[in-house]
Design a binder for this molecule. Structure first.
Ligand code: UDP
Ligand code: MG
Length: 318
């Protein structure tokens, strides 16, 4: 099979017939063998009935129905698990992504050797309140992930080599960072293609303003996990030791100074009436806490089922 198209959807029943017809047209014109996997993410409208109907008309249509709304990432995760095509293409259900891009994306993966190609909606039909934060968000994501050539991390339209989707695990709301996940899994050839973007035809967006807050928090998590996930002690331990050391030295200094003063008969204020005493004390306590956090983190990762999860690309005579 050439192509799997994965479409996560939440209450998009009006768009589905049009989207389906459009994809079929493109597939036929290019003689691709294909499947379309609709992942119904707990829609409360009649999206599932529409998918059932489409699957009767077209045997290439497959469907997954969640019992409730879990989010776009879980929907993609299940779609990825089911995909059989050599090239996997994801697109939104709202007709904002154009199926006409599929042939060119397919070529970039199969002929130009890309692992992942992300769409880039250079000209967007979204309100300014969305486009400006999106720019900021992408700049941060580029910086932190080290995937420097992407303008649009969160474009719904993406194409993947099959191996990529079988080796990454999208969860929570991590769909925004799939290129980052792919890079961390060792897929380095990540590219971008300018794609046409259309205004939403039916329904309304499923993500509110908190997408930006969640997006940033997820980015921090990912950064931390990829850098220190398997060795928490290396961050917390070092930081903890450093802070403790500073506190300890300051404490020692205060005590020695006091002792010298006492011996030479100077009875000044009590140590506890100086701010520096409390600063030193706090540093020591904080340092111990940080160190403990690292130690606990290491204990947890030592017991985790995934502590020895490595992605093996090939093996010989095993
Ligand atoms: N979506 C989903 N589950 C959700 C939210 C969204 O499957 O909980 C789907 C939605 O139906 C659409 C795609 O994810 O196909 C992108 O959502 P949307 O168009 O609302 O996002 P935007 O274009 O505003 O970024
Ligand atoms: Mg949309």
């Amino acid at each position: 099979m050439d192509i799997s198209v994965i479409i996560p959807l939440y209450n998009e029943s009006e768009s589905l017939p049009e989207l389906h017809a459009w994809i079929c047209r493109v597939m036929k014109a290019n003689r691709f063998s294909y499947e379309i996997i609709f992942v119904n993410d707990g829609s409360t409208d009649n999206s599932w009935e529409v998918i059932q109907r489409l699957s009767k008309e077209n045997e290439n249509v497959r469907g997954i129905k969640f019992r409730r709304n879990y989010g776009k990432s879980p929907a993609l995760y299940c779609g990825f698990k089911a995909a059989q095509g050599d090239v996997v293409i994801t697109m939104d259900a709202d007709l904002q992504d154009s199926p006409d891009e599929i042939p060119a994306l397919y070529k970039m993966i199969t002929e130009e050797g890309y692992d992942l190609v992300s769409g880039y909606k250079q000209k967007r039909y979204d309100p300014l309140t969305k486009t400006i934060p999106t720019k900021l968000f992408n700049a941060t994501a580029r910086k932190i992930s080290g995937v420097k050539n992407l303008h649009d991390f969160n474009c719904g339209l993406k194409a993947y080599k099959k191996a990529v989707v079988k080796n990454i695990e999208v969860y929570g709301e991590m769909h925004r960072y799939i290129p980052y996940l792919a890079k961390e899994a060792g897929f380095k050839k990540i590219g971008e293609k300018v794609v046409r973007h259309q205004a939403r035809k039916y329904g309304s967006t499923k993500f509110g303003i908190n997408r930006f807050f969640n997006g940033y928090l997820d980015l921090i998590t990912l950064w931390f996990l990829t850098n220190f996930g398997k060795k928490p002690m290396h961050v917390f331990g070092l930081l903890g030791s450093f802070v403790f050391f500073i506190g300890f030295i300051a404490f020692l200094w205060l005590i020695i100074e006091k002792t010298i003063n006492l011996l030479s008969g100077i009875y000044g204020d009590l140590l506890t009436s100086h701010a520096s005493f409390f600063v030193a004390l706090t540093a020591m306590i904080l340092g111990t806490q940080l160190f403990l956090a690292g130690f606990l983190g290491d204990l947890i990762s030592r017991n985790s089922d995934r502590r020895n999860d490595y992605l093996i690309e090939e093996e010989i005579n095993l």
